[in-house]
Write a protein that binds this ligand. Structure first.
Ligand code: GLC
Length: 745
């Protein structure tokens, strides 16, 4: 594999070397580990400031005390609450990805941060993963196409994106220790490409090492991952920051390209890259050069951020909570909500004809910004769907709201932070410099915790079962004489969260039963959801209209109402498959998800639509699916192989409906008679086209040779075999509108 040469900035490197030479060993060591929960060590003597980091992908997290997971309780850290990465991905809009990155970066700078721990770009391997809401897609091409502009948006504010979690962080169960067995082809073709694009096209200034192990070694101590792949093959010259508690051994972390150890404990001098590192150097186990290499990477990032260097007075100041930020968030939310079904043009509703609207469901009135784990945000505000509907309709429409079902509330803990608990385990299992005993459910503490958890689930189920009949009856009764009924259900961050995975893919709180009851009395009930990951919809054939919204940020309610009443024409498409039942998923079939200790990614490349294609399984809603209030026609595909390596293609999309809209045209390739086993089709390009009624646009795209390549493990490189490829142009991965054959020389 050809090594990627990096651009060399002589002036920067000279300034870095000059500084490095002045640093003592102690000062260098202080720079490579945390000095507070979210800051590195500074060297005031030489004007080297601390690197100030903050979460997360949906906004700049609230301030914590320096050494305790307790909020500093200020009233100056409310922020713009952005759509989740899943919501952004459903827009398939790289311009919005840049805009969201720019908002996040400007807010981070405004809050005095140097590094924002975002975006989360792990591939969605299994719909039950607790953190799917923080990630973009099941497809590496779509993830890369959005991650790159997002990173550029962040970094245009002199803030580093810290792209996470490198790599293959695909479950929360046993997240600190789970060992993932992944073959090289799967790693290079599915789990790495988005990170490679983040480095080589996004020029990410930093990368976050993941908690998990890959093929036996923790990502934060993994020489192959951090040195060979990231630095040698991809040419990354930025900083690698560990996930909080991701480093487990001094020597291994020192000897690989892990530059800054962060964790959750307040004994910062006892971190593996603190005192123990100095002792390892004294014992001759680690050379000072290895520390120099880390400091160089950190100084390089700091120089690029204008934290140091002769240009530091020109650094951007940023700001937060601006009107422009909120407008950008609203715009993204509008393009993120997916119209899954719309029979007989049930949607949009005509607001003028509705005198009495019934809104049913807890998620109509629920806000989500303060949950989910490290992505939690202290939002300046958050408009829920019910508020959005009322704000849109005004006072002449009677809007009745009923909960419809019961959601047991989790007690909020203020005296400690779940994050500390989730990583505190690390210390309790004495992970230290030795391997801990395999953490599995037999492990006494986990067994006891599992028992307590199951008991809690049982109590909650009993509570739900006891309270729901009355709530159901109230909703069904109210539905009978309303002019329109909107159900707003789904999930919340008691379910979609860092730290644990979902137990299944079903709607919680007996929502399915209520939906069935509502559809019996009102076939025209508009079924809508807010959630972070797919759910089973066994009643979907009985519903006429289904709208899916990921956690779409502070303007959710406004975007929701605008779509319901037709002010906005939905244009989003799924960036992940919605299976009919969880058991249809590859990782459900091979049982290699959500296990303690180790998992083997036996399905290889075949996750998401790749799996559903290969197994000829029809999902509830396929990758790339999403409807509009207008219709689009595709025509005139032309294909032209250029010098046998690139393929220039063009086709026309026409808006044949009565209202303006946007269409996401997808380009898949399907090799004919491939020499190796390859997915039936793979997304390789797409275009989002905005068209007035009756207007057409010719879309011209180029597929490069690398788009036809697969990873050859023997050659350890990507190969694009000569031969014929079917080029599929689809409105979704199943709704193929045009096809042709391109021949690669
Ligand atoms: C967490 C998460 C990571 C987050 C970091 C700091 O455990 O895994 O995404 O940025 O620690 O809160």
């Amino acid at each position: 594999m050809k090594k990627r040469e990096r651009t060399y900035d002589k002036k920067m490197e000279k300034e870095i070397e000059k500084l490095l030479k002045k640093l003592t060993l102690d000062e260098k060591i202080s720079m490579v580990h945390a000095a507070t929960l979210f800051k590195s060590g500074a060297v005031d003597r030489l004007g080297i400031p601390p690197i100030v980091t903050s979460d997360g992908p949906m906004g700049v997290r609230a301030e914590f005390m320096d050494d305790r997971w307790i909020s500093s309780g200020n009233q100056d850290d409310m922020v713009t609450y952005l759509p989740s990465n899943s919501a952004l991905a459903s827009s398939w809009n790289p311009d919005l990805a840049y805009a969201m990155g720019h908002v996040l970066g400007e807010e981070a700078r405004g809050r005095g941060k140097d590094v924002i721990l975002a975006p989360g770009i792990n591939i969605k391997r299994d719909p039950r993963c607790g953190r799917n809401f923080e990630y973009m897609s099941e497809d590496p091409k779509l993830t890369a196409a959005l991650a790159v502009p997002f990173i550029k948006g962040v970094q245009d504010n002199d803030v580093a994106a810290c792209v996470k979690h490198f790599a293959a962080n695909c479950q929360e169960t046993d997240r600190m220790m789970v060992d993932e067995e992944i073959d090289d082809r799967t790693l290079y073709e599915l789990y790495l490409p988005a990170f490679k694009a983040a480095v080589q096209e996004g020029h990410a200034y930093s990368i976050m090492g993941a908690y998990n192990r890959i093929n036996g070694t923790h990502c934060c101590e993994n020489k192959r991952l951090l040195d060979l792949i990231l630095r040698m093959e991809w040419g990354f010259d930025g900083a690698v920051i560990s996930d909080w508690g991701g480093v487990h051994k001094t020597k291994e972390a020192a000897q690989c390209s892990m530059d800054l150890e962060m964790s959750i404990f307040p004994d910062f001098e006892d971190y593996y890259l603190a005192k123990p590192l100095k002792e390892a150097i004294a014992r001759g186990e680690v050379s000072e050069d290895m520390v120099d290499a880390k400091v160089r990477n950190l100084l390089r990032m700091m120089y690029r951020l204008k934290m140091i260097g002769s240009h530091k007075d020109t650094r951007k100041a940023g700001t937060y909570n601006t009107v422009a930020h909120r407008e950008a968030v609203l715009h993204t939310a509008r393009e993120s909500m997916v119209l899954l079904k719309n029979e007989n043009h049930t949607l949009p509703l005509d607001a003028k004809k509705i005198k009495k609207l019934l809104v049913v469901g807890v998620n109509a009135a629920r806000v989500h910004s303060d949950g989910g784990g490290s992505a939690e945000i202290k939002a300046l505000y958050e408009i829920c769907p019910l508020a959005g509907l009322k704000m849109y309709l005004g006072g002449n429409t009677q809007v009745q709201y009923v909960k419809g079902y019961h959601v047991p509330e989790k007690p909020k803990t203020f005296d400690h932070n779940w994050q500390a608990d989730s990583v505190e385990d690390l210390r309790n299992t004495n992970i230290g410099q030795v391997e801990r005993p395999e953490a599995n459910q037999e492990n006494e503490r986990h067994r006891r915790e599992e028992e307590e958890r199951l008991a809690q689930v049982a109590r909650e189920q009993a509570e739900i079962h006891e309270k729901n009949p009355e709530l159901f009856a109230q909703a069904v009764e109210a539905a009978k004489d309303a002019d329109a009924v909107i159900f707003v259900g789904g999930l919340n961050h008691n379910i979609d969260s860092e730290g644990f995975d979902r137990g299944d893919m079903k709607l919680p709180y007996e929502q399915d039963l209520l939906i069935e009851e509502l559809l019996k009395v009102r076939k025209d009930t508009i079924i809508t959801f807010v959630g972070g990951s797919p759910v089973e919809m066994p009643w979907r054939d009985k519903a006429r209209a289904i709208l899916w919204s990921y956690y779409a940020g502070m303007e959710t309610g406004n975007a929701f109402a605008e779509i319901i009443f037709g002010e906005v024409n939905p244009s989003a498409k799924l960036a992940e498959t919605f299976p009919a039942v969880y058991e249809d998923c590859a990782s459900a079939k091979n049982g290699q998800f959500g296990k303690w200790g180790s998992i083997s990614l036996e399905e290889g490349l075949y996750c998401g639509y790749r799996h559903f294609d290969r197994q000829h399984i029809t999902p509830a809603f396929c990758f790339g699916h999403g409807l509009s209030y207008t219709d689009f026609e595709y025509s005139g595909l032309t294909l032209k192989a250029e010098k046998g390596k690139n393929v220039k293609l063009s086709f026309t999309v026409k808006n044949i409906g009565k209202r303006a809209g946007a269409e996401i045209a997808q380009v898949y390739i399907a090799p004919i008679a491939a020499k190796v086993d390859r997915p039936d089709k793979e997304l390789k390009s797409f275009a989002k086209v905005f068209l007035a009624p009756g207007r057409s646009k010719k879309v011209s795209l180029t597929l490069k040779q690398e788009d036809f390549a697969y990873f050859d493990v023997q050659l350890h490189d990507f190969i694009a075999d000569a031969g014929d490829y079917v080029i599929l142009i689809g409105a979704s991965s199943e709704d193929i509108r045009l096809r042709g054959i391109a021949t690669l020389a």
